[in-house]
Design a protein around this ligand. Structure first.
Ligand SMILES: NC(=O)c1ccc[n+]([C@@H]2O[C@H](COP(=O)([O-])OP(=O)(O)OC[C@H]3O[C@@H](n4cnc5c(N)ncnc54)[C@H](OP(=O)(O)O)[C@@H]3O)[C@@H](O)[C@H]2O)c1
Length: 229
């Protein structure tokens, strides 16, 4: 894997992936909302190992602008990692319709549009991997506690998008997977989360490295265990 694209790269799991990919000698396109405020990535950007890319998942015009900027650069991996939880009003006691739609837009539609725009770059890459950072909260089979309507619906949508991409692109040699990073200590996961960001990213990176075409269209946690849809 030579060249990778990671969204949501300025903090949390995305930032950890960028650091690890860069340390492993990959060239990284790190997509962040505000490149001028991505302080944690400045040293890597200055060294030339990382290209900072402006990307707001709510901006539906962003994917085409990014594709135009990348021109014909090959990508081995597009890692759709950026995501939001969807706010507090996600129970039957109160749903915030605007927040619900924003969550669907950021967590499901945006990864699809970004992937679509970057297909020409992936076609030039050797590995052709699309990794969608989902959550086991998006698993219908695993839903044993209800609630969390916006986040669950958005990640379930991302899971379905993952499966369709795998079917639509399989004949071209693409590998498309949905991933669950674990419950991870980040701003989203909170301080009580049992998994450190380093362990999550290391497990996901090892999994990405060993993926083969038979893994496409499947859902894996950070240890490599398969999850039910
Ligand atoms: N942490 C967990 O326990 C856990 C569990 C399951 C799944 N996940 C998934 O893992 C992914 C990363 O989560 P995390 O824990 O690292 O969360 P995090 O620390 O909250 O980071 C979220 C990242 O997404 C970016 N982002 C949010 N909205 C965006 C938008 N509209 N456009 C572009 N980027 C946007 C954020 O950028 P800004 O800094 O600009 O806001 C940030 O880089 C998410 O998809 C999340 O759903 C996390």
């Amino acid at each position: 894997m030579q060249s990778v694209f990671v969204s949501g790269a300025n903090r949390g799991i995305g930032l950890e992936h960028v650091k690890r990919f860069a340390a492993a000698g990959r060239h990284v396109y790190a997509a962040v909302r505000d490149p001028l405020a991505a302080d944690a990535l400045t040293p890597l950007a200055e060294s030339g190992q990382v290209n900072l890319i402006a990307y707001d998942a709510e901006d539906l015009g962003a994917p085409d602008r990014i594709a135009a900027a990348l021109q014909d650069k090959p990508l081995d991996l597009v890692f759709n990692n950026a995501g939001i939880y969807g706010g507090e009003k996600q129970s039957l006691a109160g749903i915030d319709p605007e927040a619900f739609m924003t969550t669907i837009r950021v967590d499901a539609l945006a990864p699809l549009l970004l992937t679509q725009a970057l297909l020409p770059n992936l076609r030039r890459g050797a590995r052709k991997i699309i990794a969608n950072q989902s959550s086991r909260m998006g698993s219908i089979a695993d839903n044993g506690s209800g609630g969390f309507y916006a986040y669950r619906a958005a990640k379930a949508g991302l899971n379905m998008i993952t499966k369709s991409l795998a079917l639509d692109l399989g004949h071209e040699g693409f590998i498309v997977v949905a991933l669950h990073p674990g419950w991870v200590k980040t701003r989203m996961g909170g301080p009580r989360a049992p998994v450190d960001v380093g362990d999550s990213a290391a497990g996901q990176a090892a999994l990405l490295q060993r993926l083969t075409k038979t893994d496409s269209g499947r859902f894996f946690d950070y240890t490599g265990a398969e999850l039910p849809w």
